[in-house]
Write a protein of this length. Structure first.
Length: 285
């Protein structure tokens, strides 16, 4: 399963091959096709299916396909701008925390291998059944990822490291280092200083995170004068005796000190997802 890195260096300028569909065709046209207009009675032909409303809400808080698609398109555009190569040029992609495919759906037509991993059995069951281009693989909290060493040349992980305890955070960084080939590109989103500031200043963000004000104050102290890591445990749908789930904030200094032990840190906060989560770009050694 091990693959070599595809397209290092400058962004690929490859011309889409006629007849290829989805992400393997015209990237901008593909994303535009997935943006459902308000008056759409049904999704257009050729796009990947949408998950049922309950699973969609469980992973994103959304219930409408149009909003789910819009989020996915936004993420894909951000990833495309940050990637050193065209997303379709990677050979083996790990979507770590695939959920129900908010990003994975938009890799429809991908010519390489796309593996989606998640701890929630319901998510993986739907992804594996419904997204024909995705290999759905279930994971278990605090267990090694079910993949051989040096399997992937790209990793996408949206809204995972923004919810982990520090022990789990470091464990999964080690695992991602294990399963990536040298030179692989990793796109990991985090709550950083930007998210903390907005949560303290904006009622909408504060309500969305659903954590006490004093916990935010403590997190600010950890980021600005402490170790640079703050975790507030919540009783969410993934919280269990085997898995701590909550809201995590990390500072750029923490990324430079801890993440750099495992990866080359190419960029921190290079792009924002919905102007809230920061994306950290890493290179595997």
């Amino acid at each position: 399963m091990s693959k070599s890195m595809g397209g290092e260096g400058q962004r690929s300028l490859a011309v889409p091959v006629p007849g290829r569909e989805g992400i393997a065709g015209d990237f901008d046209a593909w994303l535009a096709k997935n943006l459902l207009p308000p008056d759409a009675s049904a999704p257009p032909e050729g796009i990947a299916p949408f998950p049922p409303a309950d699973l969609m809400h469980n992973t994103t808080g959304l219930t409408e396909p149009r909003d789910f698609a819009s989020h996915g398109v936004h993420f894909m555009r951000a990833l495309s701008k940050l990637s050193p190569t065209a997303l379709c040029d990677f050979r083996s992609v790990l979507d770590f925390g695939v959920g129900v495919g908010r990003v994975a759906r938009l890799f429809h037509g991908f010519q390489g291998r796309y593996v989606g991993m998640d701890v929630d059995e319901r998510h993986i069951a739907w992804v594996d059944r419904s997204l024909t281009h995705v290999e759905g693989v279930r994971t278990w909290p605090r267990h090694r990822l079910p993949a051989p060493d040096r399997s992937f040349d790209a990793v996408i992980s949206i809204s995972v490291f923004s919810h982990l305890s520090e022990a789990d955070h470091l464990f999964y960084l080690d695992e991602l280092a294990r399963v990536t080939v040298p030179g692989a590109v990793l796109f990991l989103s985090v709550h950083g200083e930007r998210a903390l500031r907005r949560a303290r200043e904006e009622e909408r963000i504060f309500a969305m995170l659903d954590i006490p004000a004093d916990a935010l104050d403590a997190a600010a102290g950890s980021l600005h004068g402490g170790r640079g890591y703050a975790f507030i445990r919540q009783n969410g749908h993934l919280t269990s005796a085997a898995y701590d789930y909550g809201i995590t904030f990390v500072s750029q200094d923490y990324v430079r000190s801890e993440w750099a032990k495992r990866f080359e840190v190419a960029a921190i906060g290079a792009g924002a997802l919905h102007d809230f989560q920061d994306v950290v770009i890493l290179r595997a050694r």
